[in-house]
Design a protein around this ligand. Sequence first.
Ligand code: IPE
Ligand code: IPE
Ligand code: MG
Ligand code: MG
Ligand code: MG
Length: 356
Amino acid sequence: MPDTHELLINIDLTIEKFFPKKWKEKNFSFFIGEPKFEIDSKTLNKNLNDPIRDFVLRGGKRIRPLIFLTCIDFFGLNYKNYLDFAAIIELLHNGTLVLDDIEDNAALRRGKPTCHKKFGLDTATNTGVSLHLLPLKILLSKRKTLPPAKELAIWQIIMEELINVSFGQALDIYWHKNKSADEVNLKRYLEMVRLKTGSLMRMSTRLACVIAGEGEKIQKIFKDFGESIGVAFQIIDDCLDLAPPDEKFGKSVGNDITEGKLSLPVIYALRILKNQNEFKKRERLIQILSKHTRDRKLIHEAIDLIKGSGAIRKSVKFANKLIDKTWLKLEEKLDRKNGKLDSLQELSYFLVKRNF
Ligand code: IPE
Ligand code: IPE
Ligand code: MG
Ligand code: MG
Ligand code: MG
């Protein structure tokens, strides 16, 4: 397996192939065909290519394409032939982030102002939608290289997982907007996260299986694997929001408090405080969450209440246990294929050990 650095460079070079510094005629025609009258290429560069590049190329961990390429390598294929698929996955993920930041009213992403803060709500909404659609054109351009059954399976996976994301987001958004603290429990949270975050991880592992021509049994194993690491990843993200040890995290600390998000640490804190008969503290936490405040003092008061209950520790433990269990299950079901599982294992553990 090539090292992560090499993979990251190749992923970004592939993205830049479709979104070079300046879109020229051939780039336009790739996405929309020949112009019928006259194309305002300057504006399209300024109001579509630039915001896409600004967001996509400002960094990001590239976890999903890394998982995809690592699986491709595990199945014995040369990753270099599948970089376009890796780019498709990353671009779709970026589309979900641009829209998610609008939905969550977030100010920072990857250490810089979110797309809507920088380019306005109108351009950002269109950029987020475009990042869901333009990658599909890249997929369409791959059809000559794919047998029809494989191509259909790929479209089906992408469609299914994107639908799942929108269902997960619908739950998350409603819960943060309304004071639903007593309606949300661990099981409902896990289902929501499985949909909103598990989906793109699952898309990555499922696509690798289908491209490699793996049978149903392997597809199922890798689908479950992708989903579980996605859930663990989101739980760690929820914890890092409250206490990031590293400024590379690139999002505002406590944004989830402003959002009023019912993250796992919040769900646990509410449960623990209830069990300890700490009703005043519990009510105070719910009250701060429902304010959607940006007041740093209040945000830290809420974080202290959550931290003090032991809910962050409990959430981190849950994520770690989930990765351990997921990993054992994967090892049990697969041969270790000449140590080739090592890169996948390293990546899975990075998801929960990361501090940014
Ligand atoms: C952010 O995903 C959204 C979550 C699922 C928590 P990432 O943490 O993978 O974001 P980037 O791509 O590295 O910025
Ligand atoms: C993550 O949403 C999932 C998607 C973007 C679909 P969050 O709102 O939980 O993630 P962050 O914390 O903004 O990255
Ligand atoms: Mg968000
Ligand atoms: Mg969100
Ligand atoms: Mg988060």
